[in-house]
Design a protein around this ligand. Structure first.
Ligand code: ITT
Length: 189
């Protein structure tokens, strides 16, 4: 069993599903972590890892964000704040007359292992998915920016096709790397 320290139940549910495929049980520590103001998700995660206390198990945190090209990467590291202030309607307004709708969802996972993981203190795993910002909000599944994000090669938003999201999302890609890495420690042959 390893633990995901996150205050976001949607993120936890997505991660739990991914680990299940590897036969790894996931527990939640439903707390936020120290989030410094920084230019990249990686810096935020690396700093926060320093505050993760030894609970005698593997623990990870994840910082994610939506980076919109035409807005020079905004909301990016401010994704949470922007979601809670101007929200998806605010983003769509900013993008009203913008032709280049490209965006990327990024996820950075920071893992700290205790007991059996000691040599792998503070590992970083990244995942991303490219796509476009929709012209209107669509769908009811998922959370956050899912209703306005259409992954590359598809027509539906993540909020309209949750099964697709679980297969190709930024979180899926980052967490799958972590799951592959820790699998031999959790399920030794
Ligand atoms: P923790 O930091 O406690 O894990 P959080 O909700 O603050 O929870 P993040 O900082 O990683 O999570 O994410 C910042 C925001 O980015 C989040 O509140 C959402 O608005 C958005 N976001 C992140 N991942 C997303 C996803 O898969 N789909 C849609 N929006 C997402």
């Amino acid at each position: 069993m390893i633990y995901f320290k996150t205050s976001n139940p949607h993120k936890f549910d997505e991660a739990k599903e991914i680990f299940k495929r590897y036969g790894i049980e996931l527990g939640q520590i439903p707390e936020t972590y120290r989030e410094i103001q920084a230019d990249s998700l990686e810096e935020v995660v690396k700093d926060a890892l320093k505050t993760i206390e030894n609970i005698g198990r593997g623990v990870f945190i994840e910082d994610a964000g939506l980076f919109i090209k035409a807005l020079n990467g905004f909301p990016g590291v401010y994704s949470s704040y922007i979601e809670n202030t101007i929200g998806n309607d605010g983003i769509l307004k900013l993008m009203e007359d913008v032709d280049d709708r490209s965006a990327v969802f990024m996820s950075v996972v920071g893992f700290k292992g205790f007991k059996g993981f000691r040599d792998f203190d503070a590992m970083i795993f990244k995942g991303e998915v490219k796509g476009e910002i929709a012209f209107e909000s669509r769908g009811t599944e998922g959370f956050g920016y899912d209703p306005i994000f259409i992954p590359e090669g598809y027509k539906k938003t993540f909020a309209e096709d949750f099964e697709l999201k679980t297969r190709i999302s930024h979180r899926r890609r980052a967490i799958e790397k972590l799951a592959r890495f820790i699998n031999p420690f959790i399920n030794p042959r």
